[in-house]
Write a new protein. Structure first.
Length: 224
């Protein structure tokens, strides 16, 4: 897979190392000469070099040189939301990149990171951290962990409390809407692959993928 990453800060460099080490072809773009010395010799975890391009990823010519037209994924992860939106829009409209990931720095701007701006998946670090804290300390609440496809799909978590209507029931018998599915269970420190006959217990951390308008129904069935 060919990946182009715009933004060679700590996030971009880490992503480049991990993806390159996993066997993907990675090009890293940044317009700051100060990061060039740290990025030009960057290598993946397996020693494969990461291609670095000094330039402004908001410019079509730079994206062309970076080979965005052949990219499978573009990740706009600079520290500036405006730049990330411009990069996402150009990648989608000018180069028809199949998958565009946009980093949200200011949570107040998250509403703009949608398909209209070319973003397929937005990642808001502040919201994600807040969700992780909620997930760690909250029992019996429906906690959104991640939004996908511009909010069309959400990954959520519920730690089943004693009053959950789902306790003692098989997953197949809960009556979850067709637009949702249980993707994993965390039980006693272990990951359990859910099956239709898996019986839910108090304290289970249920990870559920919700699409469409099924969120309220899933919350009612798991939380009460």
């Amino acid at each position: 897979m060919k990946v182009v990453i715009a933004g060679a800060g700590s996030v971009g460099r880490y992503m480049a190392q991990q993806l390159c080490g996993a066997g993907h072809t990675v090009t890293l773009i940044d317009n700051d000469p100060g990061v060039a010395s740290r990025s030009q010799s960057l290598k993946g975890t397996d020693g494969t070099p990461v291609t670095f391009l000094l330039g402004d990823a908001c410019e079509v010519d730079v994206l062309t040189i970076a080979g965005v037209a052949e990219a499978d994924v573009v990740a706009a992860v600079t520290g500036d939301d405006e730049d990330n939106l411009v990069i996402s829009l150009l990648s989608k409209q000018e180069f028809a990149v199949p998958r565009v990931v946009g980093r949200v720095n200011n949570p107040n701007n998250e509403w703009m990171f949608t398909e209209m701006w070319g973003v397929d998946v937005s990642v808001s670090t502040p919201h994600l951290l807040t969700a992780m804290v909620e997930e760690a300390v909250t029992i019996g609440s429906f906690v959104r962990l991640l939004s996908l496809e511009g909010g069309k799909a959400r990954l959520a978590e519920v730690t089943l409390a004693a009053e959950s209507p789902a306790l003692g029931k098989e997953i197949a018998g809960i009556g979850l809407p067709r637009e949702s599915t249980v993707v994993a269970l965390l039980r006693d420190g272990h990951v359990v692959v859910p099956r239709g006959d898996t019986v839910l217990r108090q304290g289970d951390e249920v990870l559920v993928l919700v699409t469409g308008d099924s969120e309220d129904d899933v919350r009612r069935l798991l939380v009460g």
